[in-house]
Design a protein around this ligand. Structure first.
Ligand code: AQP
Length: 335
């Protein structure tokens, strides 16, 4: 079992199995997480508890959890180096989340933009879990005394709230929680929807043509890129009002390492059809080795089970120290 070294900072990252993992999750998060393993003590989680704020089909959900776990490994996360656990396997998360609920104000949670967005999107199921999602996220982070958390723009507000809750608790009970900092990666790309390129690509988007799944077949990837929304200018360049093309250039650049100018020069005089085909081909090649590894991992449930059990054991041991300390400070009687 990996031991956290005192010298390296702790980074906690999690992904929700709320659908099939997208190219956005990969380019914006997973790919960068792999590189963090060398410089930090990384802990990774499949945040399955978070995913049920939206109704999930049980069979599909179970498969999505396995797939997310296997994909983390297929992308290059090494469970021998960085523990990878499934959130619901570690009971401290829900326990600390309850405690933190009692240190979080209704007004604070009401201001969370993700809550407002998701309440609009799922207006027939605005459940309390959707509302208190940020306190569970705060528990995820604070339990491991994480120094840093890689966050996209949409999660920054939740991280700030986690810091506020931690500070409030610490001001009453002393130094129990470490205040986490956002880890802003300068290589993380923000990938937009292929159908509504002003919105980010999201795995829970009901329009399957809006996202590329990391596990999509090559022909599906090609088809989805060919259907991607563009503009009428027919020039491959970054520009205002060209959200679709800007997004495709961003994807091409993230996958090939070419600059935007290189890409514009390469496709000068060519139409969007050629460009879309080239982007699709580059993405297919980027994802091919990951898909091959994924197929190996997902076929080996025994290995996955061994790893997620070890991950949970490690996570429980580490997180219990923080939970016990917090409970003791509040005045609960130790078991
Ligand atoms: N489109 C994106 N571009 C770049 N990064 C992205 N991430 C998500 N979408 C994009 C990053 O992926 C990590 C894991 O995300 P998550 O599963 O915890 O939740 P999310 O951000 O809510 O992702 P989705 O795909 O949009 O899920 P749903 O549809 O369920 O809400 C995070 O680091 C995130 O920034």
């Amino acid at each position: 079992m990996p031991e956290t070294s005192e010298k390296k900072k702790v980074i906690l990252s999690a992904i929700q199995p709320s659908g099939t993992i997208t190219l956005g999750n990969y380019l914006g998060a997973l790919r960068n997480w792999v590189n963090l393993q060398n410089d930090y003590n990384c802990i990774f989680a499949v945040a399955d508890l978070h995913a049920i704020t939206v109704r999930q089909d049980p069979k599909q959900f179970r498969q999505n959890i396995y797939n997310a776990y296997a994909l983390l490994l297929a992308c290059g996360i090494d469970p021998e180096k960085s523990p990878v656990f499934i959130q619901s396997h570690v009971h401290t998360h829900t326990e600390l989340a309850w405690i933190l609920n009692c240190f979080t104000q209704f007004g604070e949670l009401s201001r969370m933009t993700q809550f407002k967005d998701k309440s609009r999107k799922y207006s027939n199921n605005i459940n309390a879990g959707l509302f208190t999602y940020p306190t569970l996220m705060a528990a995820d982070i604070l339990l491991y005394r994480a120094d840093m958390v890689p966050v996209g723009a949409d999660q920054k507000q939740h991280l700030e709230l986690a810091r506020d809750i931690a500070e409030r608790f610490n001001s009453i009970y002393g130094n129990v929680f470490k205040l986490p900092e956002p880890y802003i990666s300068n290589i993380g790309a923000r990938v937009m929807s292929l159908q509504e390129p002003t919105k980010k690509m999201s795995k829970s988007d009901e329009n399957v043509n809006s996202w590329i799944a990391v596990l999509d077949k090559p022909e599906t990837i090609m088809k989805k890129f060919k259907r991607a929304v563009t503009d009428s200018e027919a020039v491959v360049r970054i520009g205002e009002g060209k959200d679709g093309i800007n997004n495709l250039i961003g994807i091409m650049s993230a996958v090939t390492g070419k600059t935007n100018d290189d890409i514009t020069a390469e496709f000068e005089g060519k139409g969007y059809g050629d460009f879309k085909t080239a982007v699709a081909e580059a993405v297919i090649e980027e994802l091919r080795p990951i898909q091959t590894k994924f197929n190996e991992y997902i076929a080996n449930k025994d290995y996955l089970e061994e790893q997620y059990r070890k991950g949970a054991e490690f996570a429980l041991k580490l997180s219990l120290r923080t939970l016990d300390k917090a409970m003791n400070k509040i005045g609960f009687i130790a078991k």
